[in-house]
Ligand binder design. Sequence first.
Ligand SMILES: *[C@@H]1O[C@H](CO)[C@@H](O)[C@H](O)[C@H]1NC(C)=O
Ligand SMILES: *[C@@H]1O[C@H](CO)[C@@H](O)[C@H](O)[C@H]1NC(C)=O
Ligand SMILES: *[C@@H]1O[C@H](CO)[C@@H](O)[C@H](O)[C@H]1NC(C)=O
Ligand SMILES: *[C@@H]1O[C@H](CO)[C@@H](O)[C@H](O)[C@H]1NC(C)=O
Ligand SMILES: *[C@@H]1O[C@H](CO)[C@@H](O)[C@H](O)[C@H]1NC(C)=O
Ligand SMILES: *[C@@H]1O[C@H](CO)[C@@H](O)[C@H](O)[C@H]1NC(C)=O
Ligand SMILES: *[C@@H]1O[C@H](CO)[C@@H](O)[C@H](O)[C@H]1NC(C)=O
Length: 423
Amino acid sequence: MKHYLFGFALLTLLMAIACFYSFSYKYDQWVNSNTIIKQQNNPNDLGERSNFEEDKKNCSTKIFLRKTQLLKYFGQDIKSQEVCNFGYFNNYLKKYGQFAGEGVWYAPPTGAPSVQSDFYPSGCSFMRFSRGDYLLSECFEMKKIRKILVTGDSNARKLTQNMIQLFEDIAGKKCKEIAFQKSGNDTKYFDVPNLNNSKILTKPCDFGFISCSSWRYQCPMDYSSNGKFEDNVTIEFIPMFRFVDLSMQLSLDERNATRRIGLLSANNKLEYLLKYYLPYNGFPDMWIFSPPFHHESLHHNLTVLKVDINYLINIMNSFVPARTKIIFMADARKCNDKLPKHILQTNKQQMNVSMNERIDQMNRLWYAALRPKIDNSKNWNVLLDATKITCPFVCTWHIDGAHYVGVWYKLMSEYILSILCHS
Ligand SMILES: *[C@@H]1O[C@H](CO)[C@@H](O)[C@H](O)[C@H]1NC(C)=O
Ligand SMILES: *[C@@H]1O[C@H](CO)[C@@H](O)[C@H](O)[C@H]1NC(C)=O
Ligand SMILES: *[C@@H]1O[C@H](CO)[C@@H](O)[C@H](O)[C@H]1NC(C)=O
Ligand SMILES: *[C@@H]1O[C@H](CO)[C@@H](O)[C@H](O)[C@H]1NC(C)=O
Ligand SMILES: *[C@@H]1O[C@H](CO)[C@@H](O)[C@H](O)[C@H]1NC(C)=O
Ligand SMILES: *[C@@H]1O[C@H](CO)[C@@H](O)[C@H](O)[C@H]1NC(C)=O
Ligand SMILES: *[C@@H]1O[C@H](CO)[C@@H](O)[C@H](O)[C@H]1NC(C)=O
């Protein structure tokens, strides 16, 4: 619990700092303008809103500060829009070969991140959940969702933490930590019976104590008015900093020949999860798959990335049971203005493109690999094009160039739950 609280205290502090800075931007001209909708076609219309070069990009996504502007944009009552489901986003990928990214932000009163911020895709809308809202527990009951797993890097961890907080906000009850991996080399967390003489091997993780540990929380779902739903939902985070994450492997007992006793090799962390940990502990009902992007891009060229992406999708397809919904969460934009200079230089040297260009390149590899897998009867589901929709506020919503303020992750969690409940 302590680690969790510390993480939140830190996040809150960083959020406070970020909010302080974002409010100090020159929003005045933007706020006073009553022609924001017209300005949509003016590539320079973001210039006065932010001091950051990154934010001044020619973004297709815009931010509206007033409800009237939003209504005008939609030309109708927004509420009449259908609630987004996986079909909408999956079909978009099938049809256009990319993730859906059209839409507008509503972020009153200043464009700074807040609980009022909301993204409106052009083809559907998201449901927001309120405190005591039993729609969520009903939907989890109906769809038999009892376990959510999130794998990925520090952004995935922040998503998980904010999703837990969202569950707490809605239920008005605290979630409880039920397992915590003491450090990246604590193999007890991943132990399964009958490994025989084979051993779990770990490598040191360089991304900090909080990001290197796996943990599990239990959140109560028994807040419906009739007290009918008494179950919990388990939310687990498992760090995976690379596509082929070698921080954990299973070293087979060679004396017991693999074929003879049916031991399966596990050459990386994902393989261990798929072949040992998850079959023993139970596969999740929803697996938010948020692969690392910038960690990976520093290490490999696009040829290698393409091979790894296909390997990863294929091994997931071989082991994940049909009932598990895999939700692919794409990476959002980085803010170059807030990243340390040496990181930018290293990136430039190693990749020969900016970090955001590289993320776009990698996203296109994922789009191409996932497109043929998208079929409503199968596991894979995709979401929004996060790089597109973070374009108009990439730096104002960032705390350090690589991580966003909590509101972003909370919104994404809420949208995922809304989509899930309407699919
Ligand atoms: C800016 O966006 C407009 C509208 O989408 C597009 O026509 C134009 O080519 C873009 N300009 C640049 C420099 O990308
Ligand atoms: C495990 O990792 C922690 C933190 O990195 C380190 O202090 C400890 O010595 C390691 N333990 C072993 C057995 O390697
Ligand atoms: C093979 O595994 C079994 C089951 O754990 C064990 O009893 C046996 O000693 C192993 N064989 C050798 C040669 O190590
Ligand atoms: C739900 O979680 C709470 C707190 O961890 C626990 O006391 C309770 O027994 C759990 N209920 C079920 C049905 O598992
Ligand atoms: C360990 O050995 C037992 C007995 O030979 C076997 O049934 C079991 O499958 C082995 N464990 C794994 C993980 O393969
Ligand atoms: C990509 O990296 C791999 C492994 O380092 C190397 O063998 C290959 O030649 C590289 N390809 C290109 C196009 O740079
Ligand atoms: C980097 O990009 C430039 C411009 O496209 C190109 O001339 C150069 O060869 C590239 N360098 C490497 C190492 O790929």
